[in-house]
Design a binder for this molecule. Structure first.
Ligand SMILES: Cc1ncc(COP(=O)(O)O)c(C=O)c1O
Length: 373
């Protein structure tokens, strides 16, 4: 199986560098904050740490059901992070000879997994047109055809931070419906909108729509490793079968924490925390870009704790990121690891002193690189 380059790069360096600016969520919530939101830690101290319900407690799935109109608990499965959710869907639906259509740029987990399962990956791109990220419809229509079993996109998208219009979503969903393909919409960034209304979900836009999400991004709680799948019950039954073999189920304390986080009031509080942090950080990011005018162009996100910078140099993004890591002890994600050469992805979800210094170092690295190509 080929390496998941971005994750391996992060795992190798994120705890070694002084400034990890390769992150992609907001500064995480603490257990104390969750206790203040209603997590009963004192009571939990006496809970025996046996196995939890392997597809998620009914109580948690009942709460999640509210996010997906018309869903029953059988439409839902709780997983170890959104990444396990995506993995289980791919394992359940793909095999040799299948075509898998992948939106690019993206979080490229579902580049390596479908290929390892023997499927053919056909990308369709988001392209920057007149200051906005647009679907390349010709590519989409050739990627999603009769042989396509599964389509993956992230909306809001990592790394562009762009959100699909409702009309574009309907067009994608009806293309999938027409050819009989499953549509997997990774909505882990939904709720992390900065200056716009909540993005729409694909849920309900077709018989074969599957949505994955989790606590890692918009909720700001990656460390508890809770994600979920919402999909047709026959697909969820298949993913549960895979789950039994892989990790059995999520951990008991995480399930209990998730019940607090996804309850309606707390969910809105956590989303508001995310929005406030990102809104406060944007002017700092704009200052950073202004200082680098002539070196880079900044693409601001509509949602998510990441931004993209485009640079005009010929240097490969892996090389540029490596220089910044070595010279500035600061980690950023090379665009090529997200399917977008000539760009760097930078974290904007940190608390301010860290953000300011991290950006200062990236700026210094970019200027040094431009002066010494
Ligand atoms: C689009 C997308 N999906 C899934 C993940 C992984 O999420 P989790 O931490 O919930 O496994 C990420 C992480 O960056 C992501 O950006």
């Amino acid at each position: 199986m080929e390496a998941f380059e971005m994750e391996r790069m992060q795992s190798t360096w994120e705890n070694v560098v002084q400034y990890d600016m390769s992150e992609s969520g907001v500064a995480p919530v603490t257990l104390r904050e969750l206790v203040e939101m209603g997590f009963d830690l004192e009571r939990f101290l006496d809970v025996p740490l046996g196995y939890s319900q392997s597809n998620g407690t009914v109580e948690l799935r009942e709460l999640l059901r509210e996010h997906y109109p018309g869903a029953s608990v059988d439409h839902l499965e709780v997983t170890n992070g959104t990444s396990e959710a995506n993995y289980l869907v791919a394992l359940s639906l793909l095999g040799p000879g299948d075509v898998f259509a992948l939106q690019v740029p993206n979080y490229l987990q579902l580049w390596g997994v479908p290929r390892a399962l023997g499927a053919e990956v056909r990308p369709f791109h988001l392209r920057r047109v007149d200051g906005r990220w647009r679907v390349d419809w010709d590519e989409l229509e050739s990627a999603i055809g009769e042989k396509t079993r599964l389509v993956y996109l992230s909306n809001p998208n990592n790394p562009t931070g762009s959100v699909l219009d409702r009309a574009d979503m309907e067009r994608i969903a009806s293309r999938c419906e027409k050819v009989g393909a499953y549509l997997l919409s990774d909505e882990v960034y939904r709720g992390a909108e900065i200056d716009r209304e909540r993005s729409d979900s694909f849920w309900g836009m077709g018989e074969r729509v599957i949505v994955t999400s989790g606590l890692s991004k918009a909720y700001g709680i990656p460390g508890v490793r809770i994600g979920w799948i919402a999909g047709p019950p026959d697909v969820v039954e298949k993913t549960w079968t895979q789950h039994d073999y892989l990790t059995i189920g999520p951990n008991k304390m995480s399930d209990a924490i998730a019940r607090v986080a996804v309850s309606p009031d707390n969910r809105e509080k956590l989303y508001a925390r995310t929005r406030a942090l990102l809104k406060a950080n944007l002017p700092v990011v704009r200052d950073f870009a202004r200082d680098l005018e002539g070196f880079v162009a900044l693409y601001e996100p509509e949602a998510g704790a990441i931004c993209l910078v485009r640079y005009d140099d010929e240097v490969p993004s892996v090389e540029l990121a490596e220089r910044i890591r070595v010279e500035q002890s600061t980690l950023v994600v090379p665009g090529s690891q997200l399917g977008l050469e000539g760009h760097l992805r930078i974290w904007i979800g940190a608390k301010e002193p860290f953000l300011v210094e991290g950006l200062r170092r990236i700026g210094a690295g970019l200027k040094l690189s431009a002066a010494n190509p």
